[in-house]
Ligand binder design. Structure first.
Ligand code: PXP
Length: 246
């Protein structure tokens, strides 16, 4: 069975659109991402994912601490590979961190983390997390060199970036992008890595994405949060889980 990591960032995006200051001070503000996470878990989400960005444009530190306290599944913290975020994660102790690029120079051609170009900093982060019993996932393109270095540096998990495939879905490059993902999954699995994937996965392309080999977990945000506007979060999560696994 493929697991679902529910990314709740865009619930916070909607909140921040109105309550930029109130969200960091507390008080009754809506929509509350923690409430969304708990409902998502009730509907079958296997983990909750948030990206605490350096610019704090959606998720706030307070949200992350409340999630740590309240959720019953696993917390996956997406973060930049910086000393400040590493220190934060070591205090928070999420089950996993997923290192994502935030600055231009950390981004590879397709948009994943450029592990090859940032080898030293990425290794320092993986080492710190391994020592603390926190699993590190690297959000990378399905590129052989990036996957091989992820394994070499001791990351237990890779999350393959499905964005290029999702963007090409109605275009001519779809088959090529899907094949890149397929080969990436196979290579990562051969190297003993746990294989996750995410970005741009929706209720339509999931029919093909779910056929990728060796998939452990998919991190999905935008499509589920969007559908939840019409159906509610529980139905939106249930429907995605069904489509992921049938
Ligand atoms: N995985 C990672 C590493 C992400 O940064 C994001 C959010 O951009 C997602 C998955 C979820 O992407 P989406 O919101 O398009 O489902």
């Amino acid at each position: 069975m493929i697991l679902l990591g529910l990314n709740i960032d865009h619930c916070a995006t909607v909140r921040q659109a109105r309550y930029r200051d109130a969200a960091t001070r507390g008080g009754a503000v809506e929509p509350d991402p923690v409430t969304l996470a708990l409902l998502g878990e009730r509907a079958g989400a296997d983990g909750i994912t948030v990206h605490l960005r350096e610019d704090r444009r959606h998720i706030q530190e307070r949200d992350v601490w409340r999630l740590r306290e309240d959720i019953a599944t696993r917390l996956n913290l997406e973060m930049a590979c910086t000393p400040a975020m590493t220190a934060f994660a070591l205090k928070l102790k999420p089950e996993t961190v997923c290192i994502v690029p935030e600055n231009r120079q950390e981004i590879s051609t397709e948009g994943g983390l450029d592990v090859v170009g940032n080898r030293k900093a990425v290794r320092a982060c993986i080492d710190a997390m391994n020592a603390a019993g926190i699993q590190t996932s690297l959000f990378i393109d399905p590129d052989e060199a990036q996957i091989e270095l992820a394994a070499k540096l001791g990351a237990p998990i890779v999350e393959l970036h499905t964005g290029a495939y999702a963007n090409a879905y109605f275009g001519q490059k779809r088959a090529k992008e899907f094949q890149r993902l397929r080969l990436g999954c196979v290579r990562a699995h051969e190297l003993g890595l746990t294989v996750n994937a995410g970005h741009g996965i929706n209720y339509v392309n999931i029919a093909e994405v779910r056929t990728l080999p060796h998939l452990h977990e998919l991190n999905i945000g935008h499509s589920i949060i969007s559908r939840a506007l019409f159906t509610g979060i529980e139905e939106a999560v249930r429907e995605m889980r069904v489509r992921m696994n049938t």
